[in-house]
Design a protein around this ligand. Structure first.
Ligand code: GLV
Ligand code: MN
Ligand code: MN
Length: 420
C-alpha cells in the first residue's frame, strides 16, 4: 500500500543501513589505517561515487557538480512539485577523523528519501540531497568550499590558494574531475527553495547530559580563520647569544599563550592555534620563521571581531619586542547564523510529535548550514554522540539515536507537506 511502512523502511532498519554505509564510507581514505578524506582527493571521489550509487537506488537523479559536491533529486511520483527541500551535509573529513561528522547528515537524508521512494510517497515538494565536497577546510585552510559554491559565495581568488604540497586549488578541482572555470554552474538557483535542513552529530556533550537523542540547533557561531607568520632571523644554535636572537618560534610561542589566555578571559569565546610550521625546522638552528593557524569563534560577531583585533595587536607587539616581523593573512570570516524560526519550529514540532522533550542548543562547530543560510531558510537537528567526542576516530552514535533522527526528519517532511 502506498505510504505504508515496510520492514525495510522502518526507522530501525534504515538506521542499521546508515551505520553500515558510514562504515563503507570510512573505508574511502587517503591514509591506510585511519580516516582522512580531504577536498578534491581520490578518496573523496570514491566516497562520492558510493553516495551517487545510493542516491540512484533511492530513485534520485544524481550528479556531481563543478566543485565535486554530489547531489541527488527525488521528485514526487504525482509530479508537479511546488518547491524543493534541501537536505544534506559534507563528505570530507579532518585528519584521523571519525566516521559520522558530516556523513551522518548525508546518510540520514538518503535514508529518508529511500523511504519516500520505497513507500511511493507523494509529497507536494521535491527533495534534494547534497553531499558537500569540503566543509572542514583541511586541505586549503578555508572551509565551506562545497556549500560556498552552491550558495554562490565562493571568492574566485580562493582558487589560487595552494595546499601544503603547492597544488593550486583550481588544478586540484580539475584533476578531481571538476571544472574550476564553471563554479557558477554549481550555484543553486533559489526560486523554488523551501529550505535546507542538516542533521549532524552534536560534537559536544549536552544531549548526552540531558539524556536526549536529538536536539534543535538555535544558531551557529561565527568563525575567523587567519594565517599568522612571525619572521625572525635563523642562526647557529650554539653561537648566537640569547640576547642577540630574533627567534621566530619563541615569538610565536609567546603569542600562542596570549591566544589561549584571551580565549579563557572572554565569555563564550574559543580561540585556537592548531597548526605550527617552523623553518628551517632543525634542532641546532634558531627558528627563522614560524607560521601558525588561528581559529576564533563566538556566537556574537562583534565579540569575535574585537577578539581578532586584540590578538592581532598582541601579535604585532610581541613581534616588535623581539625584533621579528609579523605577517597576518585573513583566510576566512563567516558571520554567526541564527536558524530560521519557522523551519526550526517545524523541527521542534516534529521532535515533540515523536514524544520527545525538545532541547535547543547553539553550535560552536561550523556547518554547511551557515553558508546555506545565504540561499534559504535553514534548520539543524543535532544527534547525540558518545562522550561528545568528534574530530577523532572514537566518534560514535547509537543505532537507536540514528533511528530517532530518521523518524524526526520524516515527521518534518510530513509537517511541511501538510503545511502545518
Ligand atoms: C568544522 O567541523 C569546524 O567547526 O571547524
Ligand atoms: Mn568537522
Ligand atoms: Mn561537520
Amino acid at each position: 500500500m502506498p505510504g505504508a511502512e515496510t520492514s525495510t523502511t522502518a526507522p530501525a532498519a534504515l538506521a542499521a543501513s546508515v551505520l553500515d554505509r558510514a562504515d563503507r564510507l570510512a573505508a574511502c581514505t587517503e591514509e591506510p589505517g585511519r580516516l582522512t578524506r580531504r577536498f578534491a582527493t581520490p578518496a573523496l571521489a570514491q566516497a562520492g561515487d558510493l553516495v551517487l550509487g545510493w542516491m540512484r537506488e533511492a530513485g534520485m537523479r544524481a550528479r556531481r557538480d563543478a566543485i565535486g559536491n554530489v547531489t541527488g533529486r527525488w521528485e514526487p511520483p504525482g509530479g508537479a512539485p511546488a518547491g524543493t527541500l534541501l537536505l544534506g551535509s559534507h563528505l570530507d573529513t579532518v585528519r584521523d577523523a571519525g566516521r559520522y561528522d558530516g556523513m551522518l547528515g548525508v546518510l540520514v537524508a538518503l535514508a529518508c528519501v529511500q523511504r519516500l521512494h520505497e513507500e511511493r510517497r507523494d509529497l507536494p515538494f521535491a527533495v534534494e540531497v547534497l553531499g558537500f565536497a569540503d566543509e572542514e577546510g583541511v586541505r586549503y585552510g578555508t572551509a565551506y568550499l562545497g556549500s560556498g559554491a552552491v550558495a554562490g559565495a565562493l571568492d574566485p581568488a580562493t582558487l589560487e590558494r595552494r595546499d601544503a604540497d603547492g597544488v593550486r586549488m583550481a588544478d586540484a578541482i580539475a584533476s578531481a574531475g571538476g571544472d574550476p572555470d564553471d563554479l557558477a554552474g554549481a550555484r543553486r538557483p533559489t526560486g523554488d527553495l523551501l529550505g535546507y535542513v542538516e542533521v549532524h552529530i552534536e560534537q559536544g556533550p549536552v544531549l548526552e547530559a540531558e539524556d536526549l537523542p536529538v536536539g534543535v540547533v538555535t544558531g551557529i557561531a561565527g568563525q575567523t580563520r587567519a594565517e599568522v607568520s612571525f619572521a625572525g632571523v635563523a642562526g647557529h644554535a650554539g653561537t648566537v647569544p640569547m640576547t642577540l636572537r630574533r627567534d621566530a618560534l619563541a615569538a610565536a610561542a609567546e603569542w600562542i599563550g596570549a591566544v589561549e589566555a584571551h580565549g579563557r578571559a572572554v565569555d563564550g569565546l574559543v580561540a585556537t592555534v592548531g597548526q605550527v610550521a617552523v623553518e628551517p625546522g632543525t634542532s641546532n638552528v634558531i627558528p627563522g620563521r614560524a607560521t601558525l593557524s588561528l581559529d576564533v569563534r563566538h556566537l556574537d560577531d562583534g565579540v569575535r571581531e574585537e577578539a581578532v583585533d586584540a590578538l592581532r595587536e598582541r601579535a604585532d607587539a610581541i613581534a616588535g619586542s623581539r625584533g621579528c616581523a609579523l605577517e597576518w593573512t585573513d583566510v576566512q570570516a563567516t558571520g554567526a547564523m541564527a536558524c530560521a524560526p519557522g523551519l526550526a519550529g517545524a523541527l521542534e514540532a516534529a521532535i515533540a510529535g515523536a514524544g520527545l522533550r525538545v532541547a535547543r542548543l547553539p553550535s560552536g562547530a561550523g556547518h554547511d548550514a551557515a553558508v546555506m543560510s545565504r540561499l534559504c531558510d535553514v534548520a539543524m537537528l543535532f544527534v547525540r554522540c558518545a562522550g561528545g567526542v568528534s574530530h577523532h576516530p572514537a566518534e560514535a552514535v547509537s543505532a537507536a539515536d540514528v533511528a530517532v533522527a530518521i523518524d524526526v526528519t520524516g515527521r518534518l517532511l510530513d509537517r511541511l507537506a501538510s503545511g502545518r
